[in-house]
Design a binder for this molecule. Structure first.
Ligand code: SF4
Length: 249
């Protein structure tokens, strides 16, 4: 168990590993243990976890205008430490999230392998779908919740859409797709991806762009109508409604 994993912190020195209800996507409402990894290969302007990547003295910008001190926001831990943090909870459903968890593939393989020695843990990965999982990691994974980014995230298509990775997830029966929608024009981009990668509509979720419960409420009715019109599923952000925009909940 020598691999290192870089976790995000819920407060300085405290890794963000917590037990809560899944708030989004196909498993919404399910009790799960969340393991938040630090670091991301994208920089979405509305990201709800900018403390995983928007470091001081970097060129990235975010709508909140804030920068984060890397040493305060990361815990560089061993697999054994993460296993112990997870095992304090009586739950076998694990959500590996971020940041971008697939940027730490080797660490995740070590973690999943170590946990399976204790119990038949089930692993879901939340990813921006720009990196393809290795065969070794895929063997552990029950489902992927892919969130490819649209132009509303503030990056070029070349930065945010990686055709090989998208094609891989589109052919995986374990993958569902969750798109963050801000304007009705965003639906045209979703339709273009559906067409290009042959993704079934039943695997697609639309989720409002919102980092507060108030913003979520403002948008959800309009988005529900778009889901009905296009035959996509609606994804709530239950944790925002239950707990607000806090870490570790
Ligand atoms: S891909 Fe996810 S974690 Fe990374 S910047 Fe975008 S929203 Fe944030």
């Amino acid at each position: 168990m020598r691999e290192r994993i870089v976790l995000a912190n819920s407060k300085p020195g405290e890794p963000e590993v917590f037990h809560s209800l899944q708030g989004e996507g196909p498993a919404a409402g399910r009790p799960s243990i969340f393991v938040r990894l630090s670091g991301c290969n994208l920089a979405c302007r509305w990201c709800d976890t900018p403390y995983t990547w928007n470091w001081e003295r970097t060129k990235f910008s975010h709508q909140d205008g804030r920068k984060y001190r890397k040493p305060d926001e990361q815990s560089r831990t061993t697999t054994a430490v993460v296993v112990a943090l997870i095992r304090q909870f009586d739950c076998e459903h694990i959500v590996l999230t971020g940041g971008e968890p697939l940027a730490q593939m080797e660490g995740l393989i070590g973690l999943c392998g170590a946990l399976r020695k204790h119990a038949p843990y089930q692993f879901d990965i939340e990813t921006n779908a720009t990196l393809m999982p290795s065969k070794a990691l895929d063997a552990f994974v029950a489902s992927y919740v892919c969130s490819p980014k649209l132009s509303n995230a503030g990056m070029t298509a070349r930065q945010r859409l990686k055709p090989d990775a998208l094609a891989w997830f589109a052919q995986s029966a374990k993958a569902s797709f969750k798109f963050v929608i801000e304007h009705s024009q965003d639906l045209e981009e979703v339709e273009a991806l559906v067409e290009k990668y042959g993704i079934q509509r039943s695997r697609i979720f639309l989720m409002p762009q919102a980092i507060t419960a108030a913003a979520l409420r403002k948008q959800e009715k309009r988005l529900a109508e778009s889901c009905l019109e296009h035959g996509f599923r609606f994804s709530d952000r239950l944790h925002l409604k239950l707990y607000g925009s806090k870490r570790g909940v």
